[in-house]
Design a protein around this ligand. Structure first.
Ligand code: C2E
Ligand code: CA
Ligand code: CA
Length: 963
């Protein structure tokens, strides 16, 4: 199972990289169209509705053909000019020299004798028979009913031979109707002048269903027979590409067209009749497994992740489900076995379980991460005792087969499992990571810790009782449905219910670390494709959390876990160490990447051996590793064994190399405010980078900086009160824009410290300090008063009312008179409260939840408008919002950083906006800097935007001129 994950992850990465290449290829293609230089230019023809070369709404070209051609161009150094031609004339234009090259021409097409093709096939294609989606007369492989039908054929697409063979082998006769191009063919199907159309599997067509699949048709780039020089060059470059990346085509295909075997089957008559008979399928679910699946107390209905995935499946397939809540979930398995229920919505499954409970199981539609929880400072022994809830029979089965040496001890539920480990009755337990983010809190247990490097990714299936009527038909419907639903939709069910959105690594983060391995990755594609055909799994999360070379955590995972430790153990001092290998670049150069990787692995192992019991650790990037541990557990000697000799095989000989390391260390004091972990890592790295190559001491502490900072803070503290009295704090306003109209609908007040010299100190330099020493309360109220004064002036001048938001530091939450003071100001300046917006940061929601929830509720009750600032940057989940009376979500600017490159960030933003809409919460995106970002936001229905694109924060007088 784990091996499988390895392969699968490589594929997914390969695909992501290809997607990225494909995205950049759009731009590349466009640039190339324009660039007029001396390089050889090849004129490429494409057609309207061309499946290989597509046009986006801005006229940029992209697609399988574009990516492929650009890959060739990159190697050969030529450029392209893309020319649009009619489908029916394309070969003619190629022959008369108007264009040089066409993509996706069948090697057995009618004009094949006048053309030259690449030696290698350049795309996989099938002829598909498609009928209208609502056609209830013909179904998949329904030969009896396909017989005698009118089948439309596009003469320009050369698929007919495949159909002739298909018909012959299946004993079908049909009436062919010919069309010149795809457009008229599709029109005829829509008008019902034909019953079925013959189309390429590479087309993405709405509103149709497939009723048959013919054979694969080899196709390739084609040039005119008069142009053998060009074909020679193409062949040479293409063969070179295939030598390096033998499975390039398969990977490319999956990116642009999906896995054909999954996509290209349709509903059979039997399946259709089954769904039409409207059987009620009884689903046994765990009523008490919030937020995975549970009975919602308010509605008394099935809710949670699986409830939503089942809803998706129901919508796509037309199946109707009836849900039966089960308290002791092991009963559910027995019920399905005994025919009292039909299916289990979400569960790990394997052959043994299936046999034992007489079940079939669907394809995997999701995978879940299980965190291994052990005791602090203790390693997991080989014959460990694992505590598992009694009712999770599937998880028991998983560990039985994956860790046969472990002994399973049953407990009542997750809580008792955690207690058992805490008290030493068991060595470890495994908890669904979603639970750890939502329901269970390890900091409640003195002894517990997350064991690094042991997270499991467990595939989730639908279990189907063999005793259910037509079980195999049901299974095949479920499988096809799962294949049809895009992965993101399943993933979204998890996001919406639980996952802390801030930890979703962006696609770029994931890909960045794998780039050197991409060649290897692509070679692995084909092996994995075979697996994917039978099992599909989704486990971006797993992928995103481990480092492919060393198997250690990666930076993303480390940061997440480290931050949690810091927040949960405020009274503990920690140290962060970053380590790198001296001259690693030379090692790579001299010995090669493989040995370089081996050295990294060995160092990773050493780190694991030394710090495994006491700290957490990861590989950050290249040769940089990071470690965090409680300060009390740290001894400088621990680092010494890292720089030992490493021996390895090189060209058949054993060699050894003594690595030397540099380490930078940052101490995080107990009891102080906890910053973002990345700050500490940066500080440790800063110390490390200051170590001179020749230095005898190779460990450095980040302490000079600390001294300097403290001195600076003291200086600020000495002058802050004076500055407030003298009016050195000034309020700037940054306008907020309503995206649909581009109109200014509000502003945010941001404080600036303008020194008498005119020097402006930005808030990041003093707000954190003021929050620690409490001075923020005075500054904030000063800002509130300035804002209200100005709003009163506007009103008197007859300007239009504008809603101004102010930042509310979390420090106010702990004071008793916040509302009293605020209300007094409101009275004094006669400001309507609904025009005064309070921005509360997400961290307010994260810390001491109960109290802050009350604070937010009170803001609302008092009549103020409330927004959540920096949403997505911290710990809160969308889930938290459900019970909070919030007006506006301000989406953190961090999400925009990479929106252009990262599909994932944009998916998250899109989901947040969509969810907020459902909850009737307005959305504003911060930090909008480019037109592209603004357009994206407008497109997904985000209400408002704020950022440098529109305006920087400006003095109030200037803002005034804008309204
Ligand atoms: P914030 O509340 O998230 O404010 C938004 C920050 O983003 C502001 O930084 C703003 O200048 C900056 N910003 C706006 N548009 C863009 C953009 O397009 N790109 C980028 N990169 N940044 C943009 P600023 O003014 O430096 O404030 C920093 C933080 O200090 C604020 O973050 C807020 O947390 C805090 N702060 C500022 N003024 C006050 C205040 O009066 N009271 C309190 N308690 N905190 C304040
Ligand atoms: Ca703010
Ligand atoms: Ca903000």
């Amino acid at each position: 199972m784990r091996k499988f994950h390895g392969r699968c992850s490589i594929v997914t990465i390969a695909i992501m990289v290809l997607v990225l290449t494909a995205l950049s290829a759009r731009v590349f293609a466009a640039e190339q169209q324009e660039k007029k230089d001396e390089k050889e230019k090849i004129t490429v023809g494409y057609t309207p509705y061309d499946p290989m070369i597509k046009e986006d709404k801005d006229g940029n070209l992209y697609g399988y053909g574009v990516t492929y051609l650009n890959e060739l161009a990159r190697r050969a150094g030529w450029t392209y000019k893309f020319v649009k031609v009619n489908e029916s004339e394309r070969i003619e234009k190629l022959l008369n020299g108007d264009i040089d090259l066409l993509c996706g021409i069948h090697k057995d097409c009618a004009q094949k004798d006048q053309l030259l093709f690449c030696k290698e096939t350049t795309a996989l294609e099938y002829g598909m028979l498609a009928a209208l989606k609502n056609n209830t007369d013909i179904f998949f492989d329904d030969f009896q009913h396909i017989n005698g039908k009118k089948i439309g054929i596009n003469t320009s697409s050369d698929l007919e031979n495949a159909l002739v063979r298909y018909a012959k082998e299946n004993g079908i006769s049909y009436e062919p109707v010919y069309f010149d191009d795809y457009e008229s063919l599709q029109e005829a199907l829509n008008n019902k002048t034909i019953d079925i159309m013959l189309v390429s599997s590479l087309r993405d067509i709405d509103n149709i269903k497939y009723v048959g699949k013919t054979y694969s048709i080899p196709e390739s780039f084609a040039v005119s027979g008069n142009n053998p020089q060009l074909m020679d060059k193409l062949n040479k470059t293409d063969l070179e590409l295939k030598r390096e990346q033998p499975f390039y085509i398969a990977a490319l295909h999956e990116v642009f067209f999906g896995v054909p075997y999954q996509k290209l089957t349709g509903i059979t008559r039997e399946e259709y009749e089954y769904v039409s008979s409207e059987p009620t399928i009884k689903v046994a679910y765990n009523s008490d497994s919030y937020p995975i699946e549970y009975t919602d107390e308010k509605t008394n209905k099935y809710a949670g992740v699986y409830a939503e995935t089942m809803e998706l499946i129901s919508q796509e397939s037309g199946l109707k489900f009836e849900y039966i809540p089960i308290k002791d979930f092991s009963k559910a398995w027995e019920m399905v076995r005994d025919g009292e229920a039909d299916i289990i919505a979400g569960s790990y499954m394997d052959r043994e379980l299936a046999e034992k409970y007489h079940m079939l199981y669907s394809q995997s539609y999701l995978s879940e991460e299980y965190t291994i929880v052990g005791r602090k400072g203790e390693e997991i022994p080989e014959n460990a005792v694992i505590a598992l809830p009694k009712c999770f029979v599937e998880i028991q089965s998983y560990f039985q087969s994956e860790e046969p040496k472990w002994e399973i001890k049953e407990y009542k539920d997750i809580t008792t499992c955690l207690e058992a480990v805490n008290e030493g009755e068991a060595d470890l337990t495994a908890v669904n990571s979603v639970f750890l983010q939502t329901v269970y809190n390890l900091s409640n247990y003195e002894q517990l810790r997350i064991v690094p490097n042991m997270t499991r990714t467990i595939p989730i299936y639908i279990g189907i009782g063999e005793n259910t009527q037509n079980a195999s038909v049901l299974k095949s419907i479920l499988d096809k449905t799962i294949n049809k639903i895009p992965e993101e939709k399943f993933q979204k069910c998890v996001t919406e219910n639980a996952i802390n959105i801030s930890y979703k690594p962006t696609i770029w983060e994931v890909v960045r670390q794998f780039i050197p391995h991409i060649l290897l990755a692509i070679s692995a594609v084909i092996v994995a494709v075979a697996y994917i055909i039978s099992k599909r799994e989704k486990h971006y999360k797993h992928l995103a959390l481990t480092d492919s070379v060393t198997g250690l955590w990666n930076e993303v995972k480390f940061n997440k876990e480290a931050q949690e430790l810091l927040e949960k153990n405020q009274e503990q001092a920690y140290i962060v160490i970053t380590i790198d290998i001296n001259k690693f670049k030379f090692i790579n150069n001299d010995f090669g990447v493989r040995i370089g990787d081996n050295i990294l692995k060995t160092l990773g192992k050493r780190i694991q051996e030394i710090f495994g019991g006491v700290g957490i650790y990861a590989r950050e990037a290249a040769d940089v590793f990071m470690i965090m541990m409680a300060e009390k557990d740290y001894r400088e000697e621990m680092l010494r064994p890292l720089g030992k000799e490493i021996s390895f095989e090189n060209a058949g000989k054993r060699q050894s190399y003594r690595i030397t390391i540099k380490a930078g260390i940052c101490v995080i004091e107990a009891g102080g405010e906890r910053k973002d972990i990345s700050r500490y890592v940066d500080q440790a790295s800063m110390a490390r980078k200051n170590i001179k190559e020749s230095a005898s001491e190779n460990i450095a502490y980040y302490d000079e900086k600390i001294k300097k900072r403290i001195a600076q803070e003291i200086a600020i503290e000495n002058k802050m009160e004076d500055a407030l009295l003298k009016g050195e704090f000034q309020v700037y306003l940054q306008p907020k824009y309503y995206l649909p109209t581009g109109e200014i609908v509000g502003a945010e007040a941001l404080v600036r410290w303008v020194e008498p010299s005119g020097k402006i100190i930005p808030p990041d330099n003093f707000i954190p300090l003021f929050e620690r020493n409490g001075f923020i309360i005075q500054v904030d109220f000063y800002v509130y008063e300035q804002v209200m004064k100005r709003m009163q002036k506007w009103k008197q001048e007859g300007r239009r009312q504008i809603c101004v938001s102010v930042n509310v530091s979390r420090v106010h939450v702990r004071t008793y008179d916040f509302f009293q003071r605020l209300n007094e100001l409101i009275e004094k300046y006669q400001i309507p409260k609904e025009y005064f917006e309070l921005e509360l940061t997400e961290t307010i929601m994260g810390s001491a939840q109960g109290m802050t929830k009350d604070f937010i509720q009170e803001c609302k009750k008092q009549g103020y408008k409330v927004s959540i600032d920096d949403f997505g940057s911290g710990y809160s989940s969308l889930n938290l919002l459900k019970d909070l009376p919030v007006d506006i979500l301000k989406i953190d600017k961090g999400f925009l950083d990479e929106t252009a490159e990262s599909e994932r960030s944009s998916i998250i933003v899109e989901q947040v906006v969509e969810m907020a809409k459902k909850m009737k919460i307005g959305t504003l995106c911060e930090g909008v800097e480019t037109l592209k970002q603004a357009e994206f936001l407008k497109g997904i229905g985000c209400d408002m935007a704020q950022g440098y694109l529109f305006s920087k924060p400006i003095p109030m007088e200037e803002f005034e001129k804008m309204i």
